[in-house]
Unconditional design. Structure first.
Ligand code: ADP
Ligand code: MG
Length: 557
């Protein structure tokens, strides 16, 4: 057989490698993800090819990826029975950085391969092996070929390539052996491998098996990506298991959203709205936990694809269009991610709205758990306000235990009522006891009881609903005067001994009170907002509501 040749990489490799190892990936674990992705790609490629040429994969085992570790060496091997590489492909694909064979294959295969789940698009993945290995050996036999090749490099600028006996190489596909450097010997440990595969590659489309020291095999992944299946082929039980896995929770999902978006941006979505509040819902970071995948490879759960006011949603978004090696910077302001975020947000709001229509009780539970978070969107995302107002439910002064929608409230307007009235406070009981509400009760006016801290913020910036402004019962001149008093209340007044004071007497009283209180108040005036209490404090027309002032003051302090 011919002697081994030594060839040089076709790029300023050592510098590139150094750069990549130290900057492209912020987390070393991803080397395993990259090699598994390549192995899965290789299987997918052969699967695609065998569609038109069945002979090519004939007689071989079912597609799978086998990981094998040797703690003594220490070394780690990743083997696949995919398409494999011949000599020229080893040179082209592993000898040229940023030469992505996957991309060339996609271009060649054209439309036919478009739907297949090919992961790699950027040619740096393989080299991440040098983050943990002093040298890497690749043994490969191309499907249908009777030659096998050995490629070896220390990743410093040169590589060797030589033919090997068929007995040394896999029957089909590629075996990559990492000779781990001492600092990274832990990657040869079973627990480490299990952890990384479960975290990053549990849903690659090819089964993954770990060969244990005693020769037995442990399956780490079964090769199915639940979110990529059609809705009809997934059972409730599978959804629930997956929800537990992806959400790390034990309750049942209240809403399951599973679909595939096609068109300008393509992605699969499997998301859940939990049925109970997670403990960290109101942490100041307001971080979401939706997992971003790119072609079935886990990328991150810190992409913040959805707005913070949907941070309670759990699950997976799997993009067809993003590159695998997304850096933190690329995740921000990325137009693809923005488009996905927008589309998915639309869908979540639409599905919640549907639930509200179809199953009001079930929706009420969701609102009870997450309404306070959704309401953050009312001031953070003005363009979403209409959609959120449709979903918003309120406890009101006349509604008892019922959750009332704004439509309900407007439909119940009293004659001459032009504003939606609200009362802010720390809790519903305190609000209910407020003297400010007396005049409203007397007129049968329904007042929103706003007891969530977020309410003080959105209600000020929201311009109104359905053309009706929001008006605080503790702020400004009460416009309730124009609304007729309920008949029963009017009858009570008529029967009462007490008669309204004359204008002149009222003017004299308010003047004296203003003189007595001086600068402590802006104005003292007569009001119809009270029924039994003699006086109450109200905030000026313009400026913060008293509840908002209180919240702001407590934050500053
Ligand atoms: P990418 O996966 O983005 O194309 P990589 O650096 O990860 O870039 O891999 C470079 C190329 O090497 C791949 O595109 C593929 O052609 C080839 N390759 C890598 N690993 C394998 C493998 N296990 N089987 C077949 N080809 C492989
Ligand atoms: Mg790759």
């Amino acid at each position: 057989k011919p002697a081994a040749e030594t060839r040089t990489f076709e790029a300023e490799v050592s510098r590139l490698l150094h750069m990549m190892v130290h900057s492209v990936y912020s987390n070393r674990d991803v080397f395993l993800r990259e090699l598994i992705s390549n192995a899965a790609d290789a299987c997918e490629k052969l699967r695609t090819l065998s569609l038109s040429d069945p002979a090519i994969a004939e007689g071989g085992d079912a597609f799978r990826i086998v990981i094998e570790a040797d703690k003594e060496a220490p070394s780690l091997a990743i083997a696949d029975n995919g398409i494999g590489m011949d000599r020229q492909e080893l040179i082209d694909n592993l000898g040229t950085i940023a030469q992505s064979g996957t991309r060339a294959f996609l271009e060649q295969a054209g439309e036919g391969a478009k739907g297949s789940a090919l992961i790699g698009q950027f040619g740096v993945g393989f080299y991440s092996a040098f983050m943990v290995a002093d040298s890497v050996t690749v043994l490969s036999r191309k499907a249908g070929s009777d030659e096998a090749w050995r490629w070896h490099s220390d990743g410093k600028g040169a590589y060797e390539i030589e033919p090997v006996d068929l007995a040394e190489a896999p029957a089909r596909g590629t075996r990559i052996v990492l000779h781990l450097n001492p600092d990274n010997a832990s990657y040869a440990e079973t627990e480490t491998i299990e952890r990384i595969v479960t975290a990053y590659s549990a849903h690659v489309p090819v089964p993954i098996v770990l060969k244990l020291a005693d020769g037995t095999e442990e399956q780490l992944a079964d090769g199915s990506a639940l979110w990529r299946k059609s809705k009809a082929s997934v059972t409730e039980e599978e959804y629930k298991d997956f929800y537990g896995h992806v959400g790390g929770r034990f309750d049942e999902p209240a809403v399951t959203i599973h679909y595939r978006a096609e068109g300008r941006t393509e992605y699969s979505v499997l998301l859940f709205v939990p049925s109970s509040r997670p403990f960290d819902l109101f942490e100041p970071e307001r971080q979401g936990k939706v997992k971003l995948y790119v072609r079935r490879v886990f990328i991150t759960d810190e992409a913040e694809i959805l707005p913070p006011w949907l941070r309670f949603v759990r699950g997976v978004i799997d993009s067809e269009d993003l590159p695998l090696n997304l850096s933190r910077e690329m995740l921000q302001k990325n137009p693809v991610i923005e488009a996905i975020g927008k589309g998915v947000t639309n869908r979540i709001l639409a599905d919640l709205d549907k639930l509200a229509t179809d199953n009001a009780d079930s929706f009420a539970k969701v609102w009870e758990s997450f309404g306070a978070v959704l309401k953050e969107g009312l001031y953070e995302a003005p363009d979403r306000r209409d959609g959120l107002f449709k979903l918003a439910r309120f406890k009101t002064t006349t509604g008892g235990d019922a959750w009332r929608s704004l439509n309900d409230v407007v439909a119940g307007f009293r004659p001459n009522q032009t504003a939606i009235y609200y009362a802010l406070g720390d809790d519903a009981a305190t609000i209910a006891a407020s003297p400010h509400l007396e005049g409203y009760a007397k007129r049968g006016v329904e007042v929103l009881v706003l007891a969530d801290p977020v309410d003080a913020f959105w209600v000020r910036t929201a311009l109104g609903f359905d053309g009706k402004p929001f008006q605080s019962v503790t702020q400004g001149a009460a416009s309730v005067d124009l609304i007729p008093v309920l008949e029963a209340e009017a009858a009570k007044d008529a029967a009462s001994e007490d008669k309204p004071a004359s204008e002149a007497a009222l003017a004299a009283l308010t003047l004296r009170l203003k003189q007595a209180l001086g600068d402590k108040v802006v104005e003292v005036r007569g009001s119809n907002r009270l029924a039994t209490s003699p006086a109450c404090l109200v905030a000026p027309e313009f400026g913060p509501d008293r509840q908002l002032e209180k919240i702001l003051a407590s934050r500053d302090g």
